[in-house]
Write a new protein. Structure first.
Length: 476
């Protein structure tokens, strides 16, 4: 799976990617093609490179140099098409030669800037021979023109053409037509000869550039990678993301937060409560009332796992993450009918896909939100229990949220604490209700199941008689 495919699948991932301040065209292309890394060594290497970048961005001496690099990166053109034409043994036109020359000059400048701070310059191949081919006068100017330095025959021909054209301009109106025709013929002949030489120069340059196509492509990819690293590094600093420790067993987070929701709350002068959680192999049931943040938790776990395995830092104070082969999920707000299926049917189709994938023995992170919520409670509890038991017997990390209490299945159980007890005289309203919920997770023994649905109904202004009747039925 590539990043461009994951953007439509992992909630919150597009938000993170859209906020990257990439400077170059190749940066965007290479970023979108970033693979979902499953090998531990690959993930570690990418995160190590990002850590070096963050440290450089925070260093007083390196920061201004990287700012210059970012400015230069905006001049980098995506010349993937030109590189392909070189490989196809096609003759490049002046536009392609210009883009190639300007890109090589920028790559050379960036390489020098990075060398001055000893940072990632080895990633960029030395293109001085390519520059020498395209800039024989060593002007350092990015524009391209087949000047006289490319072929010694051009200088006398162009001078002769200039004389002929000057004679045509000075020729008096009463000059003989035969003289004009002679000069025009000379001009056409000289132009044809010059054009033939220029075409030969283009062909010769294209042939000689074939020997450098690997270095040219590698340089563009390297510049894109540096662009991506700087963008990721700046985002990590701005959003206070952290480098996760890559581990072989349990995944855990301290201070896990959702960047998008955190930003929305901060705009309203409200606070996002970070969560601590450990995820072991096996099934973990997470219970809690509606509005208790269970769905946000699962989406944030999916986002963080994806960010890590696409080479980003993660939204937490500290994190230990085991790479997985796939992230499989079923979210409550993503069950819109497909091909005429009901919400329950769509949910069961997704569940069946998860079960089939689990059978292959891959390392999976499975996140199921409010399983069987659209069916009756009796059957719903049975389905939740059966799925929890089945997936618990496999080498998977499974989190299932549910508002069903009293489930007898033997697996790990967590519960969202729920409403705070120390709210004092504060008035709870539909607009601030989230400020009075403790979203932290506690081990759930299943003995004391909190009944907060009616309390929420009261706060939201549900008819008092309905609430009273519900309380009577609950007592019974």
């Amino acid at each position: 799976m590539q990043l461009k495919n994951a953007l439509t699948q992992i909630p919150g991932l597009r938000y993170m990617v859209d906020r990257l301040n990439l400077k170059s065209g190749p940066g965007v292309r290479v970023l979108m093609a970033t693979p979902f890394m499953v090998k531990t060594d690959e993930v570690k290497e990418q995160l190590q490179q990002l850590e070096l970048t963050v440290n450089a961005l925070l260093d007083k001496a390196s920061k201004p140099v990287l700012a210059k690099v970012a400015t230069k990166l905006s001049l980098v053109r995506d010349i993937a098409g030109t590189v392909k034409n070189i490989q196809k043994k096609l003759t490049l036109n002046d536009i392609e030669l210009f883009e190639l020359k300007s890109s090589a000059l920028v790559a050379h400048e960036i390489r020098g800037l990075l060398k001055s701070i000893g940072f990632l310059q080895r990633r960029i191949p030395d293109l001085h021979e390519v520059i020498a081919l395209l800039d024989p006068e060593n002007s350092g100017v990015p524009s391209f023109y087949i000047n006289n330095a490319f072929d010694p025959r051009l200088d006398p021909l162009r001078k002769q053409l200039a004389k002929v054209e000057l004679s045509l301009e000075k020729m008096e109106s009463d000059a003989k037509e035969v003289d004009k025709d002679s000069l025009y013929s000379q001009s056409d002949a000289l132009r044809a000869e010059i054009t033939a030489i220029e075409d030969g120069v283009r062909q010769n340059l294209s042939e000689r550039l074939r020997g450098y196509h690997w270095e040219i492509n590698a340089a563009i990819v390297a510049l894109a990678g540096i662009d991506i690293l700087i963008a990721k590094g700046n985002q990590a600093i701005a959003d206070k993301l952290t480098k996760p420790e890559i581990v072989a067993t349990s995944t855990s987070y301290i201070g896990l937060f959702n960047p998008q929701i955190k930003e929305l709350l901060e705009k309203e002068n409200r606070h996002f409560q970070p969560i601590d959680i450990e995820i072991h192999n096996g099934t973990c049931l997470i219970t809690g009332a509606n509005m208790a943040g269970k769905t946000v938790l699962l989406k944030t776990l999916a986002l963080s796992q994806a960010l890590c395995q696409f080479g980003f830092f993660v939204p937490a104070t500290a994190a230990k993450i085991q790479p997985v082969d796939q992230i499989l999920f079923s979210f409550a707000d993503g069950e819109a009918g497909t091909a005429g299926l009901s919400s329950y049917a769509v949910e069961m189709v997704r569940l069946n896909h998860i079960v089939h994938q689990a059978a292959f023995g891959h390392k999976l992170l499975v996140l199921i939100d409010e399983l069987a919520r659209t069916t009756n409670p009796t059957e719903g509890r049975a389905i939740v229990g059966a799925v929890a038991k089945h997936l618990d017997n496999q080498n998977l990390k499974v989190l299932i949220t549910t508002h069903y209490g009293g489930l007898k299945v033997q697996c790990r159980k967590l519960r969202v604490k729920g409403f705070r007890e120390d709210i004092g005289d504060a008035k709870i309203t539909p607009n601030n209700i989230g400020d009075f919920i403790d979203y932290s997770l506690v081990e759930d023994d299943g003995v004391n199941v909190p009944h907060e649905a009616l309390r929420i109904a009261k706060i939201l202004g549900v008819d008092e008689e309905i609430v009273k009747q519900a309380e009577k039925l609950l007592d019974k």
